[in-house]
Design a protein around this ligand. Structure first.
Ligand code: NOJ
Length: 497
């Protein structure tokens, strides 16, 4: 590779700019960005008309469920430090900034009868500031912070929550769609469902085996209705793109046995295909393997109907094709093997697989995140092979540590993951259009509080002013964004790549 680079450099010297494209790891129009989410950075949880979301309630009522007992009350204080955030983004030179709207900042009670002008003006300032700096806004409508009054009505397992979501989405299109051209309806719906099927995220209502499937069903319909609303009422004038962000830490078989190959496939179908198949496949609907296994398990449990709800054939058609790109969050890879895991019943158990990590894979500050750079190449290939040549936007990817400024682990992660991604584009011909580093800055990492840090910028949470300091990875990312090249530097973290 180094030899190749030297050759290209020599060619450039001789032929000048005409030869430039040949040497780029990423195409010239490839987009680089960074991401955050409202609850994780904004703070200002109860000011300027904002009301509670399920994450406010969760952290206030159960600090014991958060690793350091913390919450997002102040977080990075981005509500008051917008200008500082904009300066950091400009300094990085990114093409886009992915952020999320806090539903309860815009609609304090979740419903459209009361729109909060301060909420609208905060996001207007953000969007206008981005555009003035030449940075595209990529806006997520829902990054896990459901307004509490909607949880009181049942939250995502209640199919009416889709109605409330679509009305909220309309307010967003009406107020911001003249300037926002990239929309993501839901961030990681699989994780949202874990709030209803595991002892995990807010609202932590563990109706395992049922709640997660009902939530997913509502979310898929809410997504599709939002997409169609955009098509019918906004696309002609606003000309943007609307999709969803799905997450998958890819499953590969633990060994070459047929059982474990099937287990890895089930893992990817039960986790990613669950949402991707209804939207991106030719046939639509839930993956066949989910239908069969959950229907059979439900019957064996003596239930009169399946725990996995059915779409009508009209709904299957309605959901199919509701995308303009494939938003993928990818951090890590797992080894899958045949077996039973999770509570009985549960989505995990229905899937009939267990996952683990290869002990040689480097670890991070998050128990679920290990480093396996080839995984990103494998998963974009899998998406392409499974759903066709859809443009893939990596909407998140990143590495956690304890907050080092000289964050060699993160730098190695970005170098190696981006190198693999460039191979997927250049050698495998996969249509990847952009990459998003998670995250712009250290922030509230859900159940891990402030213990696991993902930022390109360090944030001092002990200081009321929440000062931000660029880490080594900010410098590296800036270089990559500017050059569209991954530097050849030696791996520093002794990972043996
Ligand atoms: C995915 C989520 O979207 C984001 O909120 C979270 O902080 C990162 N992964 C890291 O866990």
């Amino acid at each position: 590779m180094l030899g190749f680079r030297l050759l290209v450099a020599a060619a450039l010297a001789v032929y000048g700019c005409a030869a430039q494209n040949a040497s780029l790891d990423f195409p010239e129009d490839f987009m680089f960005g960074v991401a955050t989410a409202a609850y994780q950075i904004e703070g200002a949880w109860n000011v300027s008309g904002k009301r509670e979301s399920i994450w406010d309630d969760f952290t206030h009522e159960h600090p014991d469920w958060i690793a350091d007992g913390s919450n997002g009350d102040v977080a990075c204080d981005s509500y008051h430090k917008l200008d500082v955030d904009l300066e950091m983004l400009q300094d990085l030179g990114v093409d886009f900034y992915r952020f999320s709207f806090a539903w309860s900042r815009i609609l304090p009670e979740g419903h459209t009868d009361q729109i909060n002008p301060d909420g609208i003006s905060y996001y207007n300032r953000l969007i206008d500031g981005l555009l003035a700096a030449g940075i595209q806004p990529v806006a997520t409508m829902y990054h896990w912070d459901l307004p509490s009054p909607l949880q009181d009505l049942g939250g995502w397992p209640n199919s009416f929550t889709a109605d409330f979501f679509v009305q909220y989405a309309r307010v967003l299109f009406e107020n911001f769609g003249d300037r926002v051209k990239w929309w993501i309806t839901f961030n990681e719906p699989k994780e949202v469902t874990r709030g209803y099927g595991e002892n995990d995220k807010a609202p932590r209502i563990n109706t395992h085996g049922i709640g997660e499937y009902l939530s997913a069903h509502t979310i898929l319909l809410a997504h599709a209705r939002t997409y169609h609303m955009y098509d019918e009422e906004f696309r002609a004038t606003q000309q943007g793109r609307v999709s969803i962000t799905l997450n998958q830490d890819f499953c590969i078989p633990k060994d070459d046995s047929e059982e474990n190959k099937d287990a890895a496939d089930r893992c990817n179908q039960f986790e990613l295909g669950w949402f991707a198949h209804p939207i991106y496949s030719q046939e639509g609907d839930y993956p066949e393997v989910m239908r069969t296994r959950i229907d059979e398990n439900s019957a064996a449990e003596g239930r009169p109907f399946s725990r996995l709800p059915y779409f009508t054939s009209a709904q299957v058609e309605y959901i199919k094709g509701t995308f303009d790109f494939f938003g993928l969050n990818h951090y890590s890879t797992r080894l899958a093997e045949d077996g039973l895991a999770g509570e009985n019943p549960s989505r995990k158990r229905d899937g009939g697989y267990a996952t683990s990590f290869d002990p040689s894979w480097p670890t991070s500050a998050s128990d679920w995140l290990v480093v396996y750079p080839e995984g990103i190449r494998l998963i974009v290939n899998w998406i392409n092979a499974t759903y066709g040549d859809v443009p893939i936007l990596i909407t998140e990817s990143g590495f956690s540590d304890l907050g080092e400024l000289n964050d060699t682990g993160r730098q190695d992660y970005y170098r190696e993951y981006l190198r693999q991604l460039s191979l997927a584009i250049n050698e495998d011909g996969i249509n990847v259009i952009g990459y998003t580093a998670w995250s712009l800055m250290d922030n509230f990492e859900w159940l891990d509080g402030y213990t696991a840090r993902f930022g390109l910028y360090y944030v001092d949470f002990e200081d009321d002013d929440r000062p931000r300091t660029a880490k080594g990875s900010a410098e590296l990312y800036k270089q990559i964004v500017a050059s569209h090249q991954v530097p050849e530097a030696e791996s520093t973290a002794a990972w043996g790549w």
